[in-house]
Design a protein around this ligand. Structure first.
Ligand SMILES: [Zn+2]
Length: 126
C-alpha cells in the first residue's frame, strides 16, 4: 500500500479545478458535483447507518470541509467532525459520545415500552 499522500483534483463552480489531499479516512469523492463551490468541498468517511425494518433511522460519518469559511462547528468546517443525519449537525467527540449515551437511554425506554405492551396484551394493564 502506498504511503504517498492521496490527492484528488475536483472541479468547482468558483475556483475551477481544486486539488485536495485526502485524509486516510476519506472514502473518496465519487459523488462529486462539479457545480460545488470550493468552500463546500468535503472529505467524507464511510457511513455508519442504523437501519431497522428497511428505514435508515440514523446515519453518521466523519466529514471535513478543508476550504470552509470559519463558522459554527455544528455546521461543519475545517475541523473534522461526525455529521449525523437526520440531526443535520456535525458533532465533536464529546457531542457524539453524548448522542450515543442518549441513544442508550432511549433503548432502555423502548425496552420499558416493550414490557408495558406485553402487559397490555396479556390483560395485565389498562
Ligand atoms: Zn477526500
Amino acid at each position: 500500500m502506498s504511503t504517498e499522500p492521496r490527492t484528488i483534483t475536483l472541479a468547482t463552480s468558483d475556483f475551477g479545478p481544486v486539488t485536495l489531499t485526502c485524509p486516510a479516512w476519506c472514502a473518496g469523492h465519487s459523488h462529486h458535483d462539479p457545480e460545488t463551490a470550493r468552500a463546500d468541498l468535503m472529505h467524507t468517511g464511510p457511513a455508519v447507518d442504523f437501519t431497522h425494518l428497511g428505514t435508515t433511522v440514523f446515519s453518521a460519518e466523519i466529514v471535513q470541509s478543508p476550504h470552509a469559511a470559519p463558522g459554527p462547528a455544528h455546521l461543519g468546517g475545517r475541523t473534522p467532525g461526525v455529521s449525523v443525519h437526520p440531526l443535520g449537525k456535525t458533532l465533536d467527540p464529546v457531542q457524539i459520545f453524548s448522542l450515543a449515551a442518549a441513544l442508550d437511554r432511549y433503548a432502555d425506554q423502548l425496552r420499558d415500552l416493550g414490557d408495558q405492551l406485553t402487559a397490555v396484551l396479556n390483560g395485565g394493564a389498562e
